[in-house]
Design a protein around this ligand. Structure first.
Ligand SMILES: *[C@@H]1O[C@H](CO)[C@@H](O)[C@H](O)[C@H]1NC(C)=O
Ligand SMILES: *[C@@H]1O[C@H](CO)[C@@H](O)[C@H](O)[C@H]1NC(C)=O
Ligand SMILES: *[C@@H]1O[C@H](CO)[C@@H](O)[C@H](O)[C@H]1NC(C)=O
Ligand SMILES: *[C@@H]1O[C@H](CO)[C@@H](O)[C@H](O)[C@H]1NC(C)=O
Ligand SMILES: *[C@@H]1O[C@H](CO)[C@@H](O)[C@H](O)[C@H]1NC(C)=O
Ligand SMILES: *[C@@H]1O[C@H](CO)[C@@H](O)[C@H](O)[C@H]1NC(C)=O
Ligand SMILES: *[C@@H]1O[C@H](CO)[C@@H](O)[C@H](O)[C@H]1NC(C)=O
Ligand SMILES: *[C@@H]1O[C@H](CO)[C@@H](O)[C@H](O)[C@H]1NC(C)=O
Ligand SMILES: *[C@@H]1O[C@H](CO)[C@@H](O)[C@H](O)[C@H]1NC(C)=O
Length: 474
């Protein structure tokens, strides 16, 4: 009994991990596009690479090749594929031919010689498996898991002091040089992987988004690969940099639809948006003061005790001379977004604290109203822009407290509702109809992007396009 209970407990604690709030799927289409662009970039940039020095010894004679540069490279399109068994990528670079040039130095006893050399490597093949993992801090982790390299043939020609002897000599050791160069390739691959790993370790997993709102994008799970592609799960939580508090709700599991016709899919759960909402709420950002100067000039109703008399009869009686008023508007609770198929809903529980502004600018509290609002919206992508529309589904105003005695809120409710529609929703919908540009990357953009609101999350699928100018001029 006890052992089986322990097993059940262990299994449930293992499976009960943290649900990712953002999911990313890189499909094979995305991988192949990335590879093609990457190969082009490598081809364009290889000539700027200086390879590490090579030191060797032939029959007791030490030689050093320095300042090695690639003068020409025939770089057939490599193959890159997902490798599910090691969770990583397997790359093959077959049939490379490389011409190198550089300086050589050698020493026979006390005599130094030196000059330049040309080196050609033919039929080079490199196979490398890079594994992906996750470290304790949630960084993506890369390791070189397997590498093999073959060099088909080598031609080397030395120029400069005593090179005529060396050139004859080298002919006999071509096989040995070929082997030594072959043995240098995988350590080079491992060195580059290690330097990439170093960059990944140095990368932040939290980023400042607004002034004091950060987003946590650490990996929650190990990356995994299946027939659909590479899956990454990110924490996707916003938090206030002051409080660092987790919201009082948890991300719910969701299944990102597999859109393998696109390069990339991203699932953004309502948790991410609600955590931002919580961050703003707990940092006290969801409040504002409204005064008469903010009411549009065309409005017949002003924010003063005379103008509001028809709605709140006590006001003109209490302040016969008429006083300006101010309203403190704030959220009573965390505004919660709810993603439903095709629609985004928002519940906003707010309060309005009204005060009269005395001549000496001290505030006389008058009453507090609770304002409960329900909005529903649609978002879509068209013409490369994010567009949307918002409607107010419900609005109720109730008197929560009053320093001036009770009054009916129906008239005021209609007034505020109309004001909301005219002052807030109409300009907002105008902006949403024009749309917002999709986020651009430094060297490319998203194309062919589709967005769907699903139960609990938004699914975005997209292709990407790297600007070719970037390759050529960078
Ligand atoms: C990276 O991953 C490998 C294997 O997955 C692991 O051995 C190594 O410790 C990890 N590195 C860090 C810094 O966690
Ligand atoms: C590396 O790859 C080669 C060829 O695919 C394979 O024979 C070898 O077992 C692999 N080594 C490891 C450590 O996975
Ligand atoms: C990481 O974050 C720290 C502090 O927030 C910042 O100083 C640093 O520049 C960031 N590093 C990178 C690579 O963005
Ligand atoms: C939070 O961010 C704001 C704005 O960037 C900064 O002024 C403040 O010092 C930060 N607070 C903490 C605790 O890092
Ligand atoms: C790949 O894994 C995801 C996430 O677990 C799953 O939803 C999907 O069905 C899998 N796809 C295939 C083709 O197995
Ligand atoms: C109204 O608020 C604005 C901005 O907070 C402020 O500049 C202005 O002086 C205020 N006007 C009155 C009449 O209190
Ligand atoms: C109050 O508003 C009315 C317009 O409804 C205006 O005529 C009056 O001058 C305003 N009173 C004050 C004190 O601003
Ligand atoms: C401001 O004026 C009001 C009303 O005339 C008065 O009750 C209050 O004591 C005054 N406050 C100050 C700080 O003078
Ligand atoms: C609007 O909200 C009130 C209370 O919050 C509720 O009683 C009413 O049924 C809602 N109306 C609609 C149309 O949802």
């Amino acid at each position: 009994m006890l052992p089986s209970l322990i097993i059940v407990l262990t299994l449930t604690t293992c499976t009960y991990g943290e649900n990712p709030a953002i999911k990313i799927l890189l499909t094979n289409k995305g991988l192949q596009y990335g590879k093609h662009e990457g190969a082009g970039w490598i081809q364009d940039n290889l000539k700027r690479v200086t390879l590490p020095d090579i030191t060797g010894r032939i029959m007791g004679v030490q030689y050093t090749l320095t300042n090695i540069k690639i003068s020409q490279c025939d770089f057939p399109e490599p193959s890159v594929e997902f490798s599910p068994d090691v969770t990583g990528f397997k790359s093959s670079f077959p049939g490379l031919s490389v011409a190198l040039k550089g300086d050589w130095k050698t020493r026979f006893g006390f005599i130094h010689y030196g000059g330049t050399f040309n080196l050609a490597l033919f039929d080079v093949s490199v196979m490398s498996v890079v594994g992906l993992g996750k470290d304790a801090d949630g960084h993506l982790n890369v390791t070189s898991d397997n590498c093999s390299a073959q060099v088909g043939d080598v031609m080397i020609q030395f120029y400069g002091g005593a090179s005529w002897i060396i050139n004859r000599f080298v002919k006999h050791y071509k096989e040995r040089i070929r082997g030594e160069l072959e043995a240098k390739i995988c350590p080079l691959v491992e060195q580059y992987t290690a330097s990439l790993e170093g960059h990944l370790q140095a990368m932040n997993v939290s980023f400042e988004v607004f002034e004091d709102l950060d987003v946590d994008l650490r990996l929650t799970d190990f990356p995994f690969i299946n027939a659909s592609g590479l899956h990454l799960g990110l924490k996707g939580e916003f938090y206030s940099n002051e409080t660092h508090e987790d919201p009082p709700f948890k991300p719910q599991p969701f299944t990102l639809p597999e859109q393998t016709g696109y390069m990339l899919s991203v699932g953004l759960s309502q948790y991410t948006v609600n955590s931002a909402s919580y961050g703003c709420y707990s940092a006290g950002h969801l409040q504002t003061v409204i005064n008469d100067s903010m009411i549009p000039p065309c409005s017949p109703v002003r924010l003063n005790t005379t103008s509001l008399g028809p709605y709140i009869p006590q006001l003109p009686k209490l302040f016969p001379a008429g006083l300006l008023m101010s309203l403190l508007v704030y959220a009573r609770d965390i505004p919660m977004f709810n993603f439903q198929p095709g629609a985004v809903k928002l519940n906003f529980l707010g309060a309005i604290k009204a005060s009269a502004i005395q001549a000496n600018s001290s505030l006389t509290p008058l009453f507090t109203l609770n304002a409960d609002l329900e909005f529903s919206g649609k978002v879509w992508i068209s013409g490369g822009k994010l567009k949307g529309c918002v409607a107010m589904d419900n609005f109720t105003l109730t008197l929560a407290a009053s320093e001036i005695g009770p009054f009916k809120t129906d008239g005021l409710e209609n007034l505020v509702k109309m004001g909301m529609k005219m002052v807030v929703l109409a300009p907002l919908n105008e902006k949403l109809a024009k749309g917002y540009d999709l986020p651009r990357m430094k060297h490319g953009e998203l194309v062919n992007t589709a967005l769907n609101v699903e139960e609990g999350f938004i699914a975005i699928s997209s292709d990407a396009e790297v600007w070719s100018a970037y390759r050529r001029f960078n």
